[in-house]
Write a protein that binds this ligand. Sequence first.
Ligand SMILES: [Zn+2]
Length: 697
Amino acid sequence: MATKKKTPKTKTIVKTSKANPEFSNLAGILAGIRRAQPHLLPPDNIPPSVWAEQNIKIPVGNAVPGPYRIHNAPYQREPMDMIVDPNCYRITLEWGAQVGKTLLALCVQGWAMACSPRSQMMMQPSEGDLEVWKETKWNPLADDSDPVKKALSAGAVNNRKMISYPGGYMFFAWAGSPRTMRSRSAPLIIGDEVDGYQRTKEGHPMGLLWQRSATFGDNRFMIEISTPTEKGFSYIDDQFRAGDQRRFYIVCPHCEEHTLLTWDAVSWPGRRENDEENAKFINEFEDADAHLHAAIHCTECGTALNDGERVKAIRVAEDLGAGWKASRRFTGHASYHLNEFYSTFRKVSAIVRDYFDKLKADDMQVFYNVSLAEPYDAGGERADPDSLMSRAEVYAAEVPYGGLYITMGVDMQIDRLEAEVIAWGLGEESWSLGYHVLWGDPLTSDPWDQLDDLMSGEYLHESGQYLPVSAICMDTGGTSGMTQAAYDYAAGRTGRRLFAVKGVGGWGRAVVEKSVTKVQGQNKRKTDLFLVGTDEAKLVVSRRLLKDKPGPGYCHIPDDRHEEWFKQITAEKLITKYEKGQPKRIWAKQDKARNEAFDCRVYGYCALKIAAPPLRRIAARLGLSPDTATSDKVRKLKRVGPVVAEPREAKTGENDSPHMVKPPVKKQNKLVLDALQDTPKRKRVKKRPRKNWITNF
Ligand SMILES: [Zn+2]
């Protein structure tokens, strides 16, 4: 393009000079030189933090829109400017939410485009993450920054894989695509959310990129950014430890000592020793306003700092001689740790409220990773069948008070379907309602007809109302013919909240990813297929089975559950395998152990995640509490309610036990025999008055 434009201009000048030998267009030439001058001058040699304040505008929709001000996040200055430190080649940011880690990277990227041109590579965990980053972070910033806009408008390439600018390219890569990673390299490599990257046989993608960039010698620089994940498996946490471990110190306005803002230094009325105690305390004596009295204290003198003092101390820390301090010797790799308490636009009370919410929702890992920027220690022990069995209980009703929304998880086998029906309450506390085995070849209509019956069943809630099965997840794995059978069944049943799912392995995936629409069969019917992150979903399920006290996440099991079910639901264990020195977590079970019950529970949980029902509103509709039902209130209701332990009697046609061997007739009790012979007809109460139904949505 550029050469084409130049050619006619030269011709014009030649013509003019021929027509007029006195060279009359001097003014025009001078104007041209003046126009070209800014492009001919080398860019200003200023560090990224200074350049960013002059040239970066934070798009509307962010916490603090408008011109970029280092004042709002003074801890960003040092890591941002390390790129111009000739002794530094790598920085690692193990940072929490709301402290601007992506923005920091954006500033460096803009600077490396407009001010100190060089090629760079931007990596995200997946192609989808990359698209979101481009749409919501990069494009708005590039549109609002004149030097970046100018650099990009002078570039010749702008496509999905790269953009160009005078002096370099920005290549895009994502961890799921080894091809994009292997084919390119650049002297500046930025990896965002690196803990979400799938490790390959050769190692972690960032390590591979670093090796590839060796050709750039001393000019290469790597920035890796992430919130951590699980203890022992967090790449960013490992890298933080490998670096010089810098933490941001403030000067206490009361004692003038240097202190860190840490979670241990946060107090609120009723704070207990650990998360479990806190959860118990919150559930029993919930004081809705406890977080409002939260405060963070100086670790030296113990004085509480209010939000104003805290923010001011962060802003002036470096001026007062505090700021980033390393705990190990610097050898070229600077590593930084920062939690959410350093955010200048988050209140301590709001972070504590988040903690309460995560406690109630049994989502502690997110709080540790995202707010505290700490890896989460999940334990890793597997629930054992005996202890699970020992706490099986007699329900006060078919669905006890706490159960609000019913899902079903269906696993497909070569000669049968297996299904678990589960009621979910606030905090995703669950009550297993039944486990069913539907014999029949999935390529025939037999098991599917039985599944239809099971799906239309209703369950008597302790409040006297009936609850339907509201969402169903069905596995579509297995051989291709069976997958087709599952698709055929699922097609057209989405309206009944039946979701076809396909399990995909890998850590850091969402439990439920967006659906892909498959067009199947001769009738070209459409099926929505949801991808399910089975490794993560299994982790949630197995951790919850370990909980031994009712509350968020706890799994209630009826006392008539078959022994085999307990073996199956605890069949898989998370183990660590080393491949070429790289730790790899995988789910493993003993050779011949069956695990259908575990799979069914995972799919039942996925159904809840896809449907995402408004549990609080459902609780209100059931009349369990006036407006905002809390799990506490529900539990209290349960306690004062008619807890009459009516022994459940085996009813004809009722099938509540798994039976795994076919034909296991002689070993089975009457209940199972019935089930083997009959279609499970679970309470087909079709003609109930509709007014009391929970229909959801
Ligand atoms: Zn102090």
